[in-house]
Design a binder for this molecule. Sequence first.
Ligand code: DX5
Ligand code: ZN
Length: 224
Amino acid sequence: MNIQILPSLLAADLAHLGDEIRRVAAAGADALHLDIMDGHFVPNLSFAPDTSALCKKYLPEGFPINTHLMMTNPDKYAGRFIEKGSTTVQFHLEMREQIDVRALASEIRAKGARVGLVVNPDTPAEVVRPYLDCADEILCMTVFPGYGGQSFIADVLPKITAIRAMAPEMDIMVDGGVNFETAELAAAAGANAFVAGSFLFKQTDMKAAIEELRARCAAAFRAS
Ligand code: DX5
Ligand code: ZN
């Protein structure tokens, strides 16, 4: 499968946001991961729809903006992010009782974006199964969302393998605590897409780090 590497803008130097966005594309990343926190679904706050517009302005034409809505009401905001430039909208299945997952997925696709369904570390694989037909990617959180720089939760690995068995062709992404070693573990379990914030932005040579991460993940995925 296609290995994808997505730097998370949360770990960027916010004093130089335009340069940091350009750095992601120049480093050969597959997409930019934009974390949106609402202060309700998670305790923290981060970016807003205008940040998608800013990313679009500084990225090459057509460069994907993968937008992770950590929100209790993603249905109210998905359209606004797509209008501003987001090309994938991810929302959490922990909100499945409160929002209409199928209707939101249809709306996102109708507006021309991809749908990502997200599960927290303690949400089981079986929650994903009924919605596989309305997902373009599944994001397995490998930390509890809300903050960058946390440690990878290895207990999530069997869930990745279970979802890979359910959906052999699906893009399966991990997010949280990703570095060379943890990415290899996730790839060996069946993940093919890797969000990394602090690990990639702290590199002096992000391009070399992405190349090594991609090579290691490809090898571990093939061996799985
Ligand atoms: C966590 C966010 C992640 C975060 C990852 O709430 O969803 O995308 O930026 O950061 P690192 O890679 O530093 O764990
Ligand atoms: Zn994220």
